[in-house]
Design a protein around this ligand. Sequence first.
Ligand code: ATP
Length: 420
Amino acid sequence: MTEVQLQEFKLEPDSELRFEVESKNEKVVLEVKSGYAELFGTELVKNKPYEFHTGAKVAVFTWHGCTVELRGRTEVSYVAKETPMVVYLNVHAALEQQRVAAEQENTRGPVTMVVGPGDVGKSTLTRILLNYAVRMARRPIYVDLDVGQGQISVPGTIGALLVERPASIEEGFSQQAPLVYHFGHKSPDENLELYNTIVSRLAEVIAERCEHNKKASTSGVIINTCGWVKGAGYKVLTHAAQAFEVDVILVLDNERLYNELKRDMPKFVKVVYLPKSGGVVERSTSQRAEIRDSRIREYFYGKRTPYYPHSFDVKFSDLKIYKVGAPSLPDSCMPLGMRAEEALTKLVPVWASPALAHRLLAVSFSPAADELALHSNLAGFVCVTAVDSERQTMTILSPQPRPLPNTILLLSELQYMDNH
Ligand SMILES: Nc1ncnc2c1ncn2[C@@H]1O[C@H](COP(=O)(O)OP(=O)(O)OP(=O)(O)O)[C@@H](O)[C@H]1O
């Protein structure tokens, strides 16, 4: 099944080629030989080779028909005629109408949130809609609230980017000057209070920035969310919808969620049900862990374009490390006037110890070690690669040379083994 080395596919209009690269250390090269095709909304250049590596799950879609060549071993490769792309294009057209109206009336463009359970293609639809918008010369804002994947920075963060060009086929959206906030866990349920606090903060900062950037403001915002949609997860979604004052909610493949949102959202919010693509691939817990790990590796070492991180020693005494969230106590045990939930957004000092080995530390821009640190955009991340208790130092991997831009660091639960 996996022996095919060179495959050619003729795609009819409105169909897509789906393939997956599974074998270890495998590389598959894709080339469009004739016609026009796109990959999750980014146009492919004819006769240009694009490389895909182990773990890639890809769809090459064509509106007008094309011929495509694949070189290398693909576990799965087939052409699908049934795709929801026309429906997604219609969504884009409706958002575009709202952007035109916003331009004419000098108001804000559509704020759209994509929701649905795990593995329904939320990130993919977000990418398609952003790409279509930017191909129409818009400058939309991409917001990622999915702390499990952390596509804008590393897992355990939420963030936003101004999208100025379509996503690169191999490297995704350009990550220049993102807004990033620290959460430190893989799922919002680890600290709901903190999650809601940083979501509100991100929404506030974006609203402020839009006041000074008319182009971004009329282009609107597209928000990707976590796949946690039941119970407290649903409350997290409705809180985000409120914080961002969303106009449109796109619900992928879940009628219950669609009906709940229709019932609970104010009337001016358009809740739209969309089918998921049959091509979206389910991922196991271990595959998700691998994706998180490779996302962190890419943060330090780059994807196609290599980065060269720095490794250096720092003295424990030169750093102030904190974790967010004191253990929650019943209200009756809290200091006077403080709610139990407030403890969840308090900074607690962490002593440097060998337990920090392999942990990620967020480098804050905050001047003070108080709640401001939670409300500040992050400078970036470093990873502790070794701890020397005798010398009272630790070795860190950092995207930038020393010195660190700030000595206030926030501890993340995420780990990374640097065996580069
Ligand atoms: N039409 C398609 N054909 C083939 N693969 C696809 C297609 N659409 C999406 N995929 C792949 O399926 C996987 C899951 O898609 P995606 O990440 O968009 O889902 P999600 O709902 O955002 O997942 P999560 O629950 O992690 O948030 C990705 O690897 C993506 O590349």
